[in-house]
Ligand binder design. Structure first.
Ligand SMILES: Cc1cc2nc3c(=O)[nH]c(=O)nc-3n(C[C@H](O)[C@H](O)[C@H](O)COP(=O)(O)OP(=O)(O)OC[C@H]3O[C@@H](n4cnc5c(N)ncnc54)[C@H](O)[C@@H]3O)c2cc1C
Length: 459
């Protein structure tokens, strides 16, 4: 691989993905122009990850609402991006505040305050993120609903919020509001919360939310929302009329590709508007895409990983291929959730994939007997043919931290034999891993004797 001369690189979007790429590319000696119409840093530090985690922490610590909001705003730098903007420019990146679209093969058109300008590029990095989608509920547009951005940046505490969407964002917001005494209803159309994960995960989170006073309604769709007085509304749920002072929408996101004119560069989009990329994050010759706009794994840690790959691949020292199989999927409720890899729920799907599945409740562990917070369960999916753990799902105190052993095992294809031989400290939650991998190994002919990972792919 030959290292390229300094390229002119344009990056659209200065969120987690675009900012990390711009910094890395500038450090590698490229001439970088970073164009954004949002805050430098994107949603994560100001409107998403950081303020939501700050509020969850403040609720658990028993702070007052006003105190929590002050803590949240401090953690989110009061949504002031000047430090980040200065820092990236000090590294040599040209920052352009405006809205970009593709004008021609090597040219962007950027609508800036008071006019338009052009940005020339050899390579283009698309990192425009994703925006909240509004579900097709009759009357919703007429009631001034909030998205998570509103919920995490406004100072007011709704008294009776109805949250539509029981994914990670809806569950976290429900726990935040309930923690400050609000009368929360959380509505999910699928049969369990966190519908992309195995059922036990969402069921355990639902039980924890219910203990905290949240009314969880699964298998339920909002039929209609009708405005009443002073911004309040009535939501029709299964024929029941629920009065609310705030409807909150957390029903998913759509990649921001409308109006970018990427087709001029031969870029393909999925039906949902995501940029199609290969494992180098390449979308077309000289065009790269990273972060939520690729809709592969909507997490900051994955955006950062993709950014690192693009820096390497544009610079050309080596080829960096990314693998989403080992990306952790976390929810920071209490108990927390962390899932990774292949985790089919239906026993027929498990059998069809040739996998075995084993699990243990956390209160069956020694740690569970000495820790007041022992709600939870961990399950692992193993491939007996190859002697590997291919997936894991856990709900439990700090599962986001201790599941990283399984994150590493799935990502690096650590042999079951190695996991079996690993000594887990007593009494920790990770002891569960030791117990389960022993059981998986029993289902796996001869894999305990194997020290080399078997070859092959999991999908
Ligand atoms: C409530 C909430 C909590 C979350 N918590 C976590 C968490 O705890 N951990 C985690 O890993 N992830 C979390 N996420 C997900 C995480 O925030 C995203 O995965 C990550 O921020 C995506 O970064 P990005 O750079 O792809 O997009 P963004 O941060 O959205 O940045 C894209 C930027 O591009 C700009 N842009 C778009 N189009 C144009 C254009 N045409 N011209 C110029 N600029 C443009 C946008 O204005 C935006 O600022 C959370 C998300 C939400 C909503």
């Amino acid at each position: 691989m030959i290292r390229r001369m300094a390229a002119r690189v344009a990056v659209i979007g200065a969120g987690s993905a675009g900012l990390a790429a711009a910094r890395g590319l500038a450090d590698a000696g490229h001439r970088v122009t970073l164009v954004t119409d949002g805050l430098v840093g994107g949603e994560c530090p100001y409107l998403a990850c950081i303020p939501s985690k700050a509020m969850l922490h403040a609720a658990a610590a028993g702070r007052s609402w006003d105190d929590a909001v002050a803590f949240r705003d401090e953690a989110a730098h009061h949504r002031d991006d000047h430090d980040s903007a200065d820092a990236v420019q000090e590294r040599g990146v040209e920052l352009v505040r405006g809205r970009a679209s593709v004008a021609a093969r090597h040219r962007l058109r950027v609508v800036v305050d008071g006019g338009e300008r052009e940005v020339a590029f050899d390579d283009l990095v698309v990192a425009t993120g994703a925006g909240a989608v509004t579900p097709p509920v009759d009357g919703l547009d007429g009631v001034g609903f909030w998205t998570s951005e509103d919920a995490l940046s406004r100072p007011d505490l709704p008294e009776r919020p109805v949250i539509l969407g029981g994914g990670p964002i809806g569950c976290e917001l429900a726990q935040i509001y309930a923690g400050f005494g609000a009368d929360v209803t959380l509505v999910e159309t699928e049969r369990h919360l966190l519908p992309r994960e195995p059922a036990f995960v969402g069921e355990q989170v639902a039980a924890a939310l219910a203990r905290g006073g949240v009314r969880v309604m699964t298998g339920t769709a909002a039929r209609r929302v009708s405005p009443t007085d002073h911004g309040a509304a009535v939501v029709d749920l299964r024929g029941e009329q629920i009065r609310t002072d705030r409807v909150l929408v957390a029903t998913g996101k759509r990649p921001r590709t409308d109006g970018l004119d990427l087709e001029r560069l031969g870029v393909r989009l999925t039906d949902a508007g995501a940029v199609v990329i290969d494992d180098r994050c390449a979308a077309a010759a000289g065009v790269w895409a990273i972060g939520d706009v690729t809709a592969i794994a909507p997490w900051t840690h994955w955006a950062n990983r993709q950014a690192r790959a693009v820096v390497t691949n544009i610079t050309g020292d080596t080829v960096d291929r990314v693998d989403a199989r080992g990306v952790p999927r976390t929810v920071f409720t209490d108990p927390a959730v962390c899932c990774v890899g292949t985790t089919p729920d239906d026993p027929e799907d498990v059998a069809a994939a040739g996998l075995v599945r084993e699990g243990i409740d956390l209160d069956d562990l020694a740690r569970g007997r000495v820790d007041e917070r022992h709600d939870g369960r961990i399950e692992l999916w193993g491939d007996p043919e190859q002697g590997l753990v291919v997936g894991g799902a856990a709900v439990g105190p700090m599962a986001d931290a201790w599941m990283h052993e399984i994150v590493l095992a799935v990502h690096a294809r650590v042999p079951l034999a190695t996991l079996c031989d690993t000594v887990h400290a007593f009494p920790t939650w990770n002891e569960a891993v030791g117990i389960i991998v022993e059981r998986l190994a029993a289902a796996c002919h001869g894999c305990r004797a194997t020290s080399e990972p078997a070859r092959g792919e999991h999908r």
